[in-house]
Design a protein around this ligand. Structure first.
Ligand code: GSH
Length: 206
């Protein structure tokens, strides 16, 4: 049995959607980041990073969306959540996911988590002010050069779509107009139509 640790409004939504897209049996456990649940000793014993998501498997713990998404796609092949038969296509999907994790997510974190990088209050405010620009620039690149359409990888829906949707939910809160990106906003609406996405959002709401 798998146990998935998530928090509402967080990047864990990507892996939660992928789990819902799969036929895997799993339990979910909710953390509230604003309450500091991620820093409690019980959770640090599961994920010493103090972050969500985390997936407890019969082989041990997995952290990082990129790893969890690839794992779900591989252990639930019937759901066809990745190009499992084509190493190059698989690597391209991982390149997309890595851009979301290492660049887009980090852009976004400068809004609420600036204290990770500096103790200087003025610098924290400067970082916050930059977020609409960096997020808009990243999404312009995704729109123009990365999102093949209708899904990230073209005709095959993959876990990269779960991840892109999750980052796109953050745009209004980051003061970026999602509708300026025609392909991204069409992708967002297409995702909202999927029953698995609706179930994941309902789980998030609690
Ligand atoms: N690279 C990690 C990032 C995980 C991460 O930073 N998660 C955030 C939520 S979006 C978190 O748990 N933040 C809690 C904190 O910083 O205290 C991944 O993609 O899984």
């Amino acid at each position: 049995m798998l146990t998935f640790y998530y928090a509402p409004g967080s990047c864990a939504l990507a892996s939660l959607i992928a789990l819902e897209e799969s036929d895997l049996a799993y339990e979910h456990r909710r953390l509230i980041l604003a309450n500091g649940d991620q820093r409690q000793p019980e959770y640090l014993a599961i994920n010493p990073k103090g972050r969500v998501p985390a997936l407890l498997t019969d082989k041990g713990i997995l952290t990082e969306n990129i790893a969890i998404l690839a794992y779900i796609a591989q252990i639930a092949p019937a759901a066809r959540l990745a190009p499992l038969d084509d190493p190059f296509e698989f690597a391209q999907m991982q390149a997309f996911n890595s851009y979301l994790s290492s660049t887009v997510h980090v852009n976004h974190s400068h809004k609420g988590r600036g204290a990770r990088w500096t103790d200087d209050a003025a610098a924290i405010e400067t970082m916050k002010a930059k977020v609409p620009q960096t997020m808009a620039e990243s999404f312009a690149l995704i729109e123009d050069k990365m999102l093949k359409g209708p899904w990230v990888m073209g005709d095959q829906y993959t876990v990269a779509d779960c991840y892109l949707f999750t980052m796109a939910t953050w745009l209004p809160g980051d003061n970026v107009d999602r509708d300026q990106f025609t392909k991204v906003s069409a992708h967002y609406r297409r995702m909202l139509d999927r029953p698995a996405v609706q179930r994941a959002l309902a789980i998030e709401k609690g």
